[in-house]
Design a protein around this ligand. Structure first.
Ligand code: GLY
Length: 357
């Protein structure tokens, strides 16, 4: 069984049979006589490529380009390496790049594809929960500029996306948990019904994540469809990410890297605190959020005297306006509110809440 979600001019196919649909696509007229390149990292080459190979038609010739895993490799240097590989392997304007991996692979793969020869087609096959519910969907592609996350990038939609939960079996539980933070975010910004299902539960309570994945894809697709260029409502998807990205960057600097989802979960806590302080989020709702986050995610090691460094990282956030730190917060559970300019003293108060709360 598979389900398809339409987003702008392409489809996102989810479910156990999604790769069969991928195979049919490669056999179809649109993709005949085109050269294919699969972008992997050392993890997906080892654990996911063999699974995918079963769905590649015999006659289709594919070259593999592999990069080192990890966010620190999401750089312009790695992009240059991939462009050179594509060039050396004679990729032309009709070639197709298949991004097989987590968020790092779809971010950099989409970036490389959208610039190579002024843009070639790409297909995303996410292999992590984070990739499945967020990074591979919506056409945001980017690399980091030194440590500034996603600073250089493009908006370009993939030709299609295939989401198959089979790949989740290749992951440690901490990776699943990381993606779960984004599912949590969708409930908080957009869907109080989903929140009722998630609240006060550990993610291990869900035997299968397949329905949660499809549901999350539907929420994200509906938001991106309305605002593909992030001029308005799409900004709500950044809830938890201003402080979350700051935590991620700071802990990387300290050589204590933390996965994106863990940082976002901490960001959700701080930004829910801000939503209670300056918006209409009720104390009762805030407490249910903190209970559910604490049930699922470990506390990050942040100290009070880290606050100025964290603020200075936030000052580099690309959402900022006129030098003011801009967050997407909540009005209430199920309703996000974007473009909230937050004074520094309130951010420090939220950090203090996180550290001592
Ligand atoms: N990850 C947020 C977005 O795609 O807009």
């Amino acid at each position: 069984m598979y389900k398809q979600v339409k987003l702008l001019d392409h489809y996102i196919i989810t479910g156990q049979d999604s790769l069969t649909v991928f195979k049919t696509l490669l056999e179809s007229g649109d993709y005949k006589d085109r050269s294919f390149f699969i972008l992997t990292d050392e993890n997906t080459s080892q654990y996911c490529l063999e699974i995918l190979r079963d769905y590649i038609p015999e006659k289709t010739v594919i070259s593999v380009i592999s990069i080192s895993a990890g966010e620190k490799n999401k750089s312009i240097n790695t992009a240059e390496f991939i462009w050179k590989e594509l060039n050396q392997k004679h990729a032309d304007r009709n070639s197709v790049l298949i991004n097989l991996g987590g968020g790092t692979i779809s971010d950099i793969g989409g970036f490389v594809a959208s610039n190579y020869k002024r843009g070639i087609s790409f297909i995303n096959i996410p292999t992590t929960l984070m990739g499945m519910v967020d990074a591979a969907i919506g056409g945001k592609n980017a690399v980091n500029l030194n440590e500034i996350k996603n600073s250089i990038g493009t908006y370009r939609q993939p030709d299609s996306v295939y989401i198959n939960p089979v790949f989740l079996k290749t992951l440690p539980q901490s990776e699943i948990l990381s993606g779960y933070a984004e599912i949590f975010k969708y409930a908080l910004i957009n869907d109080s019904g989903l929140w009722e299902i998630l609240k006060k539960k550990s993610f291990t309570a869900f035997e299968s994540l397949e329905d949660l994945i499809t549901y999350s894809v539907l929420i994200k697709a509906e938001i991106v469809e309305q605002d593909p260029w992030e001029k308005g409502i799409r900004k709500t998807l950044n809830f938890g990410h201003t402080l979350g990205h700051a935590f991620e960057t700071f802990l990387n600097r300290m050589n204590r890297p933390v996965s994106h989802g863990y940082a976002v979960a901490a960001g959700i806590l701080c930004e829910s605190y801000l939503s209670m302080r300056i918006n209409k989020l009720q104390k009762k709702e805030f407490e249910a959020i903190t209970t559910t986050i604490h049930l699922n995610f470990p506390k990050l090691l942040i100290r009070e005297n880290n606050d100025q460094e964290l603020i200075s990282i936030m000052k580099n956030d690309k959402k900022n306006q006129q030098d003011k730190i801009n967050c997407s917060l909540l009005n209430q559970i199920g309703e996000g509110k974007y473009d909230q300019l937050i004074p520094e003293e309130l951010l420090i108060e939220a950090l203090n809440y996180y550290i001592h709360g």
